[in-house]
Design a protein around this ligand. Structure first.
Ligand SMILES: [Ca+2]
Length: 196
């Protein structure tokens, strides 16, 4: 009897493990779609602006995020989409373990040679950030305002460290003093690797 119970218990544990994986498959964390992740908001500095706009938005949706630079910017402009409150931090380590990605759609309203540099924050913001990655490694921007291009960046390209207190994302520019820049972003998500 005792042996049977152990076999039964082990069997149930295996089933639970498999089910647990399936539950996570296809998971996504929406950072911005038409609304923002709870407590997260866009902001910019040194002549760079990050705000929610109604047009153009991806696939006829209600809103998107716009990154726009003043004609003259101060050194090291940047924008971020983040939260400073610990109660809003999110554990994304499961997405990392599953081989997940950061995904979003981007629309460049004018031809641009400016590269967007991205990193993610954990808890302490820029003091605890991932590597800074150029999106030109993942997408060739077409500069066509009529098209939205999908960008998918494997989380492992950003960091190997588990981010248990994801707190936002930062965008900088290359060259850093670029003006006449306008990017639209929409459907910003972290997705699990198993959903691919
Ligand atoms: Ca939208």
């Amino acid at each position: 009897m005792k042996g049977k119970r152990i076999v039964a218990t082990t069997g149930m544990m295996i089933i639970m493990l498999v089910l647990g994986c399936q539950v996570f498959a296809g998971e996504e964390l929406v950072i911005f779609s038409d609304s923002s992740l709870k407590g997260f908001s866009p902001s910019g500095w040194k002549g760079a602006h990050f705000e929610i706009v109604t047009s153009p938005a991806w696939n006829g949706s209600a809103s998107a995020l716009r990154i726009k630079m003043d004609e003259k910017v101060e050194p090291n402009p940047g924008v971020c989409f983040n939260t400073s409150k610990a109660e809003n931090f999110i554990n994304i380590s499961k997405f990392q373990e599953s081989g997940g990605s950061l995904e979003f759609y981007i629309n460049t309203s004018k031809p641009t040679t400016t590269d967007l540099i991205i990193c993610l924050y954990n808890a302490a913001g820029e003091f605890e950030a991932t590597k800074k990655i150029s999106i030109s490694n993942y997408v060739k921007l077409d500069g066509d305002s009529a098209t939205w291009q999908k960008v998918s960046i494997p989380l492992k390209d950003l960091t190997g460290k588990p981010y248990t207190q994801f707190s936002g994302m930062l965008f900088r520019f290359s060259p850093p003093t670029a003006s006449d820049v306008e990017f639209y972003l929409d459907e910003v998500k972290i997705i699990s690797g198993a959903s691919k």
